[in-house]
Design a protein around this ligand. Structure first.
Ligand code: FES
Length: 125
């Protein structure tokens, strides 16, 4: 005869075993940033991921992500307009698809992040 305690322990262990792969998968994907449908093809959005601004852009080939901190002096750049994000502080410009600095005073590209799509959401790592 199985005791109530044994049944309870087995149930808890089973739940834990079922839960752990989900945690590992979430860590592999990164941090959930937005829904896929939040960004139309050719558009972009700035979201906060783990306290940092991240520029996510969508092309016909998928999603790209970059740090949204301007490489000049660190101001947060906005969502792109016509494929270009213009820093509000000193007007540096960045290509929203490649992250390249296209107009000074910034000369370095935006730092690249990894964008992964899973189950309708964009994850950033
Ligand atoms: S901080 Fe962006 S252009 Fe100066």
């Amino acid at each position: 005869m199985t005791s109530r305690r044994a049944v309870l322990q087995t149930g808890l262990l089973g739940a834990l075993v079922a839960f752990l792969p989900g945690i590992a998968e979430a860590k592999a994907l990164g941090t959930k940033a937005c829904k896929v449908t939040d960004i139309a093809v050719g558009q972009g959005k700035v979201v906060t991921v783990s306290g940092n601004p991240v520029l996510i852009t969508r092309t016909s080939k998928g999603f790209k992500a970059f740090s949204a901190k301007c490489t000049h002096q660190g101001c947060t750049i906005p969502a792109p307009v016509n494929g270009t994000s213009t820093c509000p502080c000193h007007r540096a410009q960045f290509n929203a698809t490649t992250g390249a600095a296209t107009h000074g005073p910034a000369s370095k590209s935006l730092a690249k992040k990894t964008a992964t799509v899973s189950a309708g959401y964009v994850y950033i790592k």
